[in-house]
Every structure is written in C-alpha cells, then in structure tokens.
Design a protein around this ligand. Structure first.
Ligand code: GLA
Length: 387
C-alpha cells in the first residue's frame, strides 16, 4: 500500500491538509488446519496475513461519523446519538457494529472521518470482515483512550459480527487478526482461549492461497445449520456423558457416536469435529519437529473430512484440492474458512510453485469455467497502528 497515495485520497475526500489522519492496519487470516471447530470449543491453527485492511482516521468537531472506502463507491454518514441499527449496506455494518460495542461499554465518542482500503478479497474465506472490525476496534480504542485489551477488542468484534451483522461466527477470525505474529501460526484452544504462537517454518516450501472466485451463495445459512447440527449432537451425547461441547470428546471416543447418535448426518458432523481436533493437535506437534510431510497429510485429511463428514466444500473447492494434489511438489492442500466457496490453502515446494499455479489454473478453468486467483502470502503481525 502506497501510504502517500492513500493519504492523498483521504485529503481529496475530506479536505483540511493541516490535520494529519492516523494510519492503522489489520490483517486478514488464513486457517492452516482446524475448521469448524472454533464454535465447538475446539482447536484451530490460523495465521495472520500481510494482506488486510488499512484505515486512515481523524477526529473532527461535532458528532458526525463519515465513512468512505477506496474499494467501492459507497460513502456513508451518520450522527452519534445512541445505538446504531443495521443499515442494510453490507460493509458499513462491520464498523458500525464495533462502534456500537464501544457505545454499550459507555465510551464517550465524538466525530470521526474514516477512509478504508482493503487488499484481501471480500467474502473469500480470508476474514475480510474480521479485518475491518478489528482495524476499527484498535483505532477507536486508541483514539478514545478506552483502554481495552486486545482480547476485549477481539470479543467486541466477534459480538459485532454475531449480533449486529447477524453472522453467528466463532472466535477464530477476530482472534487471529488481533493476535497474529510475524512468521508464526496461532495454536488456539477456543474453549479456554489459551494460545501459543508456533513458528511457521516451511523450509523449502511455501504457502499458496487459491481463490475459487465462486460467488458466495448460502454460506451464512448453511453455516448456522452446521452450528445447530453440532448443538443437536451435544444434546444427544448427554446420555453418554455431560459435555458442554463436542470438543470434550477425544479421538478415542469416536466409536461411541454410533451408539448415541442414530441420525447419520448428525453423527458425521460430530465425527468431523472430534477428528479435526485430533488432527490439529498432531499437526502442531509435527510442525514443531519440522515434519512438513505429515503436516501436509493432515491438511489433506482435514479437507476430506470437511467434504465427506461436514459437507461444506462443493465442486469448486474440491476441484482445486483434488486436482492440486495430483501436481508435483504439493505437500498438502485443503479448503480454508467457512467453505462452500472461498479459498484453499496449499503447502507447495518452492521449486514447483510456479508450475502448480499455471497447471491448476488451466485445469480449474476447464472444469469449472471460473478463473482462480493465487496469492503467496507472508505471515504478518496482528492489528496495529502504523503511523
Ligand atoms: C468462518 C467463521 C469462523 C470459523 C470458520 C470455520 O471463518 O467466521 O469462526 O467457524 O468459518 O472454521
């Protein structure tokens, strides 16, 4: 991001070159393994990207909030006078939901000008929404000396998404975006919120993100459906033992599912969550021993489970993954994020990366008629002030 150019756009929009705005950045995230486990109190292993959302922000006199973005032509202005309601305009609900959380906590706010710019693709499973939420939260925290911790800001952003935007997500995205650390992935227990930054050393391999570019359809409703299926499984398993969430069962207990859950669909959902938790634990342990090959196998198994047991993949993601696995140098490849579209994450030998992208692009286009996008991200730090 060219910061001079960005500042120029800010002045073009809002004038007054005498008062400089402040620049904040918040990353997107990619999840390496541990999918659909966060809202089941399980383990995840995401990392923050060097792609994300930039925010230039400045205080103004009065009580007006002015929002603009470079990404599309959709400005918004409102007055601070009590809690906001969902505007129906998609992107603006993310900052407004966060601002509501500050208001609810009794923080006295005043007029502001916001200019956003995001370079993480929207709705592609890389947490563009958590990124907008957290950049807003970190900036508001500093501007109004609110004194919230990063964990407070993470929880406030998640609440904004759950209650204001209406997407019933778990805590993984906001957490990864808030606590990301350069060249590390985050091994997070979503029940206790205990976490560890694990160095992501991939030796002669690199990460490649591939965007299916499939238009998002029913992601939110299917996501909420999976959540209730898991709740149902927990309810049925009460006869086995009093659990609060599926992650209280370990991999050795998978065989009891047949006895307590008669519905094969609900049983498969529970099986995915329990087996995925086991894979995350093993993946972190093998990564610490530099065993990338085993890490890749676990990524592959994770995708297979998301396809067969959790049923959140679809033709586009499956084409990228199963065609990708046929190519030389591919250590592991799986969908990342909520699924149904969005992106895959692959670990590919550096020497084979270029060939991987050209071959996969050709096959994917032939099979789906869609053109994929590739990203070779660096792993960066969490949400922060830049200048
Ligand atoms: C979305 C949600 C996360 C998580 C993933 C699936 O990204 O926002 O909370 O549930 O899906 O792992």
């Amino acid at each position: 991001m060219d910061t001079k150019n960005f500042a120029e756009k800010f002045y073009e929009k809002y004038g007054n070159r005498k008062e400089k705005p402040v620049l904040f950045f918040s990353p997107g995230r990619v999840n390496l393994i541990g999918e659909h486990t966060d809202y089941n109190g399980g383990f995840v292993f995401p990392c923050a990207l060097n792609y994300g959302t930039y925010l230039l922000i400045r205080k103004i006199k009065g009580n007006t909030l002015k929002f603009s973005t470079i990404n599309f032509n959709d400005d918004f202005e409102t007055e601070l006078k009590g809690l906001f309601l969902n505007t129906g305009k998609k992107w603006i609900n993310y900052p407004l939901g966060v601002i509501n959380e500050f208001i609810k906590k009794g923080i006295k706010l005043s007029g502001l000008e916001f200019l956003y710019y995001g370079d993480v693709p929207n709705g592609a499973g890389l947490s563009s929404s958590a990124s907008i939420e957290m950049v807003t939260a970190v900036a508001m925290n500093e501007f109004f000396n609110a004194g919230f911790s990063t964990l407070d800001l993470v929880k406030m952003s998640q609440k904004a998404e759950n209650e204001f935007v209406g997407m019933n997500c778990g805590i993984m995205d906001q957490f990864a975006v808030g606590f990301g650390k350069k060249d590390h992935a985050i091994f997070l227990n979503c029940d206790t919120l205990f976490f560890e930054n694990v160095p992501l050393i991939l030796t002669d391999c690199s990460l490649i993100i591939t965007n299916t570019n499939k238009r998002r359809g029913l992601t939110d409703s299917k996501y909420n459906e999976r959540r209730s299926e898991c709740d149902k499984a927990v309810e049925l398993l009460q006869l086995y033992k009093p659990i609060r969430n599926l992650s209280e069962l370990n991999i050795g207990e998978i065989n009891i599912l047949e006895k307590y859950i008669k519905d094969p669909v609900i049983r498969k959902r529970a099986k995915h969550v329990i087996s995925e938790n086991g894979r995350v634990i093993e993946a972190v342990s093998v990564l610490k021993k530099n065993n990338i090959i085993r890490f890749g196998e676990l990524m592959n198994q994770s995708h297979d489970s998301l396809k067969d047991d959790y049923e959140v993949t679809g033709t586009e993601l499956d084409t990228l993954v199963y065609e990708g696995r046929k190519l030389p140098g591919v250590i592991g490849t799986r969908m990342t994020g909520a699924g149904f579209g969005g992106c895959t994450i692959s670990i590919v030998r550096k020497a084979d990366s270029a060939k991987f992208m050209t071959s996969l692009s050709t096959t994917y286009q032939k099979k789906t008629g869609l053109v994929p996008d590739f990203y070779q991200p660096e792993i960066g730090d969490g949400a922060r002030r830049i200048i």
